[in-house]
Ligand binder design. Structure first.
Ligand code: AMP
Ligand code: GLY
Length: 427
């Protein structure tokens, strides 16, 4: 099978690795890709700008399957355009992608299908006075979210009325562009977060091992939110009982609900969960693989990943195409550029990746670039340094050992990836 992978981050590098290793993969193309992805795939030679460029590329290269990594092309309806041209796609339609591209849609959907989530109210730009009245009598902290896609920055936790007013003004005055034409104001949930990825054909589903992201920039979950500073899997907070609740109250109603709405969800449904007292509520749905969760989850699978995602893409999920490695744990530590998620310097040469890989690491590229044949940092999150182990402790120790082997100026990383899971093992 010839495959085109769309995207350029660490998640896509992990996808590229497991797609390219599958026995059903004849040729893997990538667009736009990154230096890590280009080592294991063929970079699409020409620039692809529009949906018709994608369709043209697929026809010229006899592409059998397109796998879309990021949310933006899904929200833009790339899946629909490709499907209308007879090309199989792993990734939901534009209407199904509203589960991520409109937080208001997702909240109304969860309410309708009784999926546990924080209580909420939605206000659009013309309802600022009503939103203000609501915030005057609200309990704090309270969470204000821009309705649309805002590159992970559209969620603000406010601690009092004044802060909430500032946030509301900023959002409605356009700091997130059109994504801020409406807001969801919701109850602040306490607890610990975890992520569940479900591969689905719109009817049936396969859960991948639960994982835990580390969203804040500093150790101990302090500082600003980031795209994710590391992840590990399986996350022991999701025990068997909890997993049953998540399936019965969240995953199954979500998949069936999207089908009932006439917008079946085909692709990877990501449920971001808040867990308290062994009960899960949904923080958010994403309509694609998580980043960096994917980097910590895919190393735990074996089998024909291409055949799995193809079966989902054509509406005939075959869960037997992969299995989960028993007694294995995976940890991914993100190496970032110091200063991220604010300003940081780019262009520093990166060394030591080969050494880490020779020792068994998976090193997933995210913000890297080639300059005069040298690999340099070009983004906030640079690499995902990943290790498998027979225990979570071993996976974490190995990942941090590999981290030491890789250097670039202004390298920054969290020192506590996996710690919550390790503490839970000893409870
Ligand atoms: P989201 O983009 O909706 O996942 O939000 C980003 C992050 O904000 C989440 O991962 C949580 O850490 C936090 N967050 C979002 N909604 C809530 C909530 N209702 N209560 C507590 N934390 C939240
Ligand atoms: N790890 C969070 C996300 O993928 O959105």
């Amino acid at each position: 099978m010839n495959i085109l992978l769309v995207g350029s981050g660490g998640r896509e590098h992990a996808l590229a690795l497991y797609l390219s290793k599958s026995k059903s993969c004849d040729k893997l193309y990538s667009y736009p890709g990154n230096p890590g992805i280009w080592k294991i795939s063929e970079k699409a030679g020409k620039e692809i700008k529009s949906h018709s460029d994608y369709i043209g590329f697929c026809k010229e290269n006899s592409i059998d399957l397109v796998v879309i990594g990021p949310e933006q092309p899904l929200a833009d309806g790339l899946s629909d355009s490709l499907r209308q041209n007879g090309i199989a796609v792993f990734g939901p339609s534009k209407l199904a992608a509203r589960l991520e591209s409109s937080k208001g849609f997702a909240k109304d959907f969860m309410q309708k299908y009784k999926i546990p989530t924080a209580s909420f109210k939605t206000f659009n730009k013309t309802e600022q006075d009503q939103a203000t009245d609501y915030l005057r009598t609200a309990n704090y902290p309270i969470v204000i979210k821009a309705d649309g896609l805002a590159a992970g920055k559209g969620v603000i936790i406010t601690n009092n009325f004044d802060e909430s007013q500032n946030t509301l003004n900023q959002i409605f005055s356009g700091i997130f562009g059109e994504a801020g034409n409406a807001v969801v104001i919701e109850e602040f949930m306490e607890g610990e977060e975890a992520s569940i990825l479900a591969i689905t054909d719109g009817k049936d589903y396969l859960l991948l091992p639960p994982s835990q992201d580390h969203k804040r920039i500093f150790d101990g979950d302090k500082g600003k939110n980031t795209g994710g500073m590391g992840a590990y899997s399986p996350a022991p907070i999701v025990n068997d009982n909890l997993l049953k609740q998540i399936e019965n109250e969240i995953i199954i109603p979500a998949i069936n609900g999207m089908s009932t709405e006439g917008t079946p969800f085909m692709g990877c449904l990501y449920a971001g969960l808040m867990i308290k007292d062994n009960k899960a509520k949904v923080v958010e749905f994403n309509v694609r693989f998580g980043d960096p969760e994917t980097q910590a989850v895919l190393p735990l699978i074996k089998g024909d990943f291409v055949a799995l995602v193809y079966s989902a893409a054509i509406g005939k999920l075959d869960k037997n195409k992969i299995s989960i490695l028993e007694n294995n744990h995976c940890c991914c530590v993100v190496l970032a550029s110091d200063g991220y998620p604010d300003n940081f310097e780019k262009g520093f040469e990166i060394s030591g990746i080969d050494d880490a890989e020779k020792n068994g690491a998976f090193v997933f590229h995210a913000g890297t670039a080639l300059r005069e044949n040298k690999l340099v940092n070009s983004g906030g999150r640079v690499l995902g340094v990943t290790a498998l182990g027979e225990s979570l402790k071993q996976a974490v120790e190995k990942a941090y050992h590999y981290v030491e082997l890789i250097s670039f100026k202004n390298k920054y990383y969290r020192k506590d990836i996996g710690l919550k899971g390790l503490n839970r093992h000893f409870e």
